[in-house]
Design a protein around this ligand. Structure first.
Ligand code: KG4
Ligand code: ZN
Length: 328
């Protein structure tokens, strides 16, 4: 089954064509990140206007080359939420129009669940039951999945999302947007022994919730009080603190639910420190899955994969963009 997946929940416009949920036929990502760089963050109106402009060319581009025609696809899938409403509307309305014009079934996908399915791409076999840690610019969530269609939300952030804190700390250090990769690069350059230790909020709270705004404030206060501190040392200590909390809670959830696999998805899952720490701390008890680094960030292929496995069909007249869509 060949599915066309559209992703336009935030600042990316992406179109993927995937066969049977695992084989990427094509995956095109058009990002407006450079446009947001000068504002230090995403400007929703700028993102949506750019998406209107690039959506159709991105679809055309996805069909160029792979030897597949529009009517060869078996279904159209779209991330219908959560996200920025202006951005979501573009993907959702385009998907509905294509489903009607090409007379193909329409499948809606929760964008966050899409991040989990980036782990199935390129033929990887992920075993259930599993715990998924979703860490993106807008979300930090832990979910338990017994199978493809049973998703139980365990907890999430009470304030800032993990990616958001990476971006804000980068900004405090004068590093450009998006901050996650910048912090990662700066932290990797640090070779000394740091005396800076930042707090690990809610690490021992006994639940699966997170809170990162206190960590952000601690970094901010530290920078104000130690103006000459090396950016690399601060990046290292911050990255260590946030990864420590994310990894501890994920492993606690995996133990409590006695799962076979841990799956990580979302933009922050590209982070190599997070990848190493989770491998080390789980000490072979669980099978750990990360997407290919290029598939950690928003993309259409992961939406097409989730659509294949979850098959949430919907009539085009009933699908609405839902900016606050959560786990159902
Ligand atoms: O999933 P995503 O592409 O978009 C949302 O759905 O939000 O995630 C974007 C977030 C940004 O906050 C970005 O700074 C972060 O992912 N990110 C990283 C890395 N690459 C992207 N954070 C830490 N380390 C990275 N290597
Ligand atoms: Zn995302």
């Amino acid at each position: 089954m060949v599915i066309l997946g559209l992703e336009s929940t935030c600042d990316e416009t992406s179109v993927g064509i995937v066969e049977d949920g695992v084989k990427i036929i094509s995956n095109i990502v058009a990002s407006s990140a450079l446009m947001h760089k000068k504002y230090g963050g995403i400007v929703p109106e700028v993102a949506a206007r750019e998406q209107v402009r690039v959506m159709i060319p991105t679809i055309e581009e996805a069909f160029k080359g792979p030897g597949i025609k529009y009517l060869d696809v078996d279904a159209i899938a779209v991330a219908s939420g959560p996200g920025l409403i202006g951005s979501l509307l573009i993907g959702v309305e385009t998907a509905k129009a294509l489903a009607i014009a090409w007379n193909k079934p329409l499948i809606w996908v929760n964008h966050l669940v899409g991040h989990v399915y980036a782990n199935w791409l390129n033929g990887r076999d992920v075993e259930f039951p599993l715990i998924a840690l979703i860490v993106s610019g807008g979300h930090t969530d832990l979910i338990f999945m017994k199978d493809h269609r049973s998703v139980k939300w365990l907890g999430g952030t009470k304030d800032d999302a993990a990616g958001e804190v990476f971006d804000k700390v980068a900004r405090l250090l004068g590093l450009p947007y998006p901050g996650g990769p910048q912090i990662e690069t700066a932290a990797a350059k640090f070779t000394g022994k740091t005396k800076v230790v930042f707090p690990r909020p809610m690490k021992g709270s006994g639940d699966f919730d997170f809170s990162f705004s206190g960590l952000k404030t601690a970094v901010s206060n530290f920078i104000k009080e130690n103006l000459s501190t090396d950016k690399n040392a601060v990046s290292f200590a911050f990255e260590e603190a946030i990864c420590d909390v994310l990894v501890s809670k994920t492993i606690s959830a995996a133990k409590e639910f006695d799962v076979k696999s841990i799956v990580v998805g979302g933009g922050v899952s590209a982070n190599l420190r997070l990848r190493k720490m989770i491998e080390n701390k789980s000490a072979g008890t669980f099978k750990i899955h990360f997407p290919e680094r290029s598939m950690s960030v928003d993309n259409g292929a992961m939406i097409a994969s989730a659509a294949f496995f979850q098959k949430s069909y919907i009539d085009p007249s009933e699908l609405v963009a839902d900016s606050s869509l959560y786990f159902v």
